[in-house]
Write a protein that binds this ligand. Sequence first.
Ligand code: BG6
Length: 486
Amino acid sequence: MAQAPCFDLVFFGGTGDLALRKLLPALYYRHRDTKDCSGWRIIAVSRQPMETAAYLELVHEAFQRFIPAKDFDEAGWQRFSTRIEYLSLDGLNPDDYGLLSHTLADSADRVRVFYLSTAASLFAAICENLAKAGLVTDLSRVVLEKPLGFSLESATAINEAVGRIFREPQIFRIDHYLGKETVQNLIALRFGNSIFEPLWHRASIRDVQITLAETVGVGDRGEYYDHYGALRDMVQNHALQLLCIMAMEPPSSIDPDEIRDEKLKVLRALRPFTPEDVRNKIVRGQYRAGAIDGKAVPGYLDETGIPEGSTTETFVSMRVDVDNWRWARVPFYIRTGKRMQERMSEIVINFRAVPHAILPGNDAGAVNRLVIRLQPDEGIELHVLAKVPGADMRVKPVKLDLDFAETFKTRQWDAYERLLMDVISGNLTLFMRRDELDAAWQWVDPIHAAWAAGSEAPKTYSSGTWGPTASSALIVRDGLSWKEET
Ligand code: BG6
């Protein structure tokens, strides 16, 4: 069992969905599996006036929904709940910070984490108010939730404001995809084994497909989502981070800046989109009514909080080129969408076909394929051709399948468990540095500009499908196909 240092963790947005659904459950698990938590203090902050007892009831009720019954026990909850306090505070009102100062008095020698799980537009003001109240110590860290900004310009303004209060090593820009076990396993796979590196480049890899597909719609986040859309919500951060880890050069060590330097080089090598490329190489879509798991679901325009005639995209697929020696002429395809046929996030690496096929069954261009499955059922598959038993020499693709749950037989940590513990121990490896974020926005901004300048509306797709038909056409044009269509 691990031990954790003493810390004060202050959540802004303490009554919000993220805190109740992800952050507090993550801490519950870590508390349950850690030897000595006597130095833990969790201070949830939000504008709602409420006593700690009422807040704990809210959290308890949320845990019944978000923690599987087999993992929850009342005695463990009672112990965990003694670590939590609730403070009613308006982050924008400097006068409200007295209560927080009082609570944190005499604890300047402890790690102090301010987790801002609020709208990014509030980050600057909260940081300034924390500083004015004298709460920012050398051991303080600030965690900023994504999407950080709306464009390069707004992200710059936020980063500059936060940077006036916190030094870069104190700033943890979170992208929860980097905390997923399988993403770290991709690092382990690439840099812990010698067999992949000789194949990891344009001579052996034909194409790479990154799919982040969800079956859920926008739910009750309509207002937020309509403002951001799939490109800002999923591509600018999650999909690009996965692409970076897949495509980066081997760093010389696991040091956070070594890894972040390599990711930055990939971001800088992404070929920029001209308005013509945006038309030809990107498909944006919006879901219509349809069925998911046999149940009828409404279209995007009928969801709560969506303005009439909205042209916000709920689906994006694109061809991305990484302009460097390693990846010259290897297409990377990114695809993400809500209300798709299956919930599935994976990176598919298709290797080149054999140069000369001699085996019956191998003439259709079957290729070796490495699949990194992020969710569900985290694992890694290697597709190879094998002989079908029998008299004939006939081959067909089969899978070598590493299922993490089965192999390791331990509960998989949720991404937030890892990331919160990394913040507390000060490990920046899985967090985005400012220059990475800037480079990502720099690449994404022209896409939005081209969409805004054009008159074309997003293409529609029925809920429960793999997106607009144009998304298949996008990849077929290159003589390839999405994994599920092969
Ligand atoms: C969040 C997005 O960052 O990631 C959501 O804002 C999305 O729209 C979510 O649903 C997906 O995360 P996961 O871990 O469920 O794939």
